[in-house]
Design a protein around this ligand. Structure first.
Ligand SMILES: Cc1cc2nc3c(=O)[nH]c(=O)nc-3n(C[C@H](O)[C@H](O)[C@H](O)COP(=O)(O)O)c2cc1C
Length: 289
């Protein structure tokens, strides 16, 4: 994407939604932190409970719903950071009550608020927890959104742009999206967000049903998201940088994503289960000593 990372592994969006812990994550050794998803206006997210662990599957189901204090508030905190700590991505989304035909205005407003405080933007169109959001992945809507974002980004300082996609897409859909992102002038693609699929889980099906809707992350997502990386590479080669995310727990998981074509790797659920020393577990993937 034209950015220099000290190593490949960073923190995925949703762990530091309000950019409150960036310094802490760098201190733990991550090379980058993607803050957000940030919407232009603050919003509370869905009612609790909205976050569930499935320990037998090393997984999480969440329906947080973009709870966040708004992009402007995050920008105030990000303005205090030292760029030498590492790379910060700003993941932007739309407010729940903004209709899809006005979605692009929300993305632009969030980008404006964050301008000058982040190193790249991620356009999040793949959360399952904002009704209708993933419809923005469909071809016509996607093209106009990505074009508007890319044009506006040029008028701001022109930082790298990435789009984050769902794992619940067909190969054709993934490849069409990747080509479109490249055509629209994006530099990166993040694969993937959480899945709405519940197949193959060890947890009791009644328990899963009781939990209800939400996005599933962690171990059940590992191979699915790696497959999506392969599809992207097959479609666009090196014309987009690929950020692989989904079910990374071990150094081998990092290597597998990198072998599939990921330039960078992000973690969320693995970090929740393993805790602050996780980066030491992953380090053998890129460090020999
Ligand atoms: C509790 C929770 C909240 C999340 N919130 C966001 C979010 O706000 N924006 C986003 O793009 N992804 C969000 N994600 C998705 C993660 O960034 C990541 O794409 C997904 O969890 C797969 O990675 P993992 O298996 O390492 O968790 C969230 C994930 C979890 C578990």
């Amino acid at each position: 994407m034209g950015l220099k990372f000290s190593h490949p592994v960073g923190i995925a969006a949703g762990l530091d939604k309000n950019a409150e812990a960036v310094r802490g994550f760098f201190t733990l050794g991550f090379s980058h932190v993607e803050v957000g998803t940030l919407t232009p206006r603050p919003q509370p997210g869905n009612p609790m409970p909205r976050l569930f662990r499935l320990p037998s599957d090393q997984a999480i189901i969440n329906r947080m719903g973009f709870n966040n204090r708004g992009a402007e508030s995050a920008a105030e905190r990000l303005a205090q950071r030292d760029p030498a700590w590492g790379i910060v991505g700003g993941n932007v989304g739309k407010n729940k009550d903004t209709p899809n035909d006005q979605a692009s205005e929300d993305y632009l407003r969030a980008m404006h608020a964050l301008a000058g405080t982040v190193d790249y933007y991620t356009v999040n169109i793949s959360s399952p927890n904002t009704p209708g959001l993933r419809d923005l992945q469909h071809e016509t809507a996607l093209k106009s959104l990505l074009e508007v974002v890319a044009n506006e980004n040029k008028r701001l300082q022109g930082i790298p742009l990435a789009v984050k996609i769902a794992p619940d897409l067909t190969k054709d859909e993934v490849q069409a999206m990747a080509r479109m992102a490249a055509t629209c002038g994006f530099q990166g693609i993040i694969a993937t967000n959480t899945t709405i699929d519940r197949s193959g889980l060890k947890a009791n099906p009644n328990h899963i049903a009781d939990i209800g809707p939400g996005g599933l992350s962690g171990r059940p997502l590992t191979s699915r998201s790696t497959q999506v990386i392969e599809w992207i590479k097959e479609a666009v080669g090196d014309s987009l940088s690929v950020i692989g995310v989904g079910g990374v727990f071990s150094a081998q998981d990092v290597i597998d994503k990198r072998n599939a074509g990921a330039d960078l790797v992000q973690v969320y659920t693995g970090f929740v289960y393993q805790g602050p020393r996780m980066i030491h577990t992953l380090q053998p993937a890129w460090k020999r000593d």
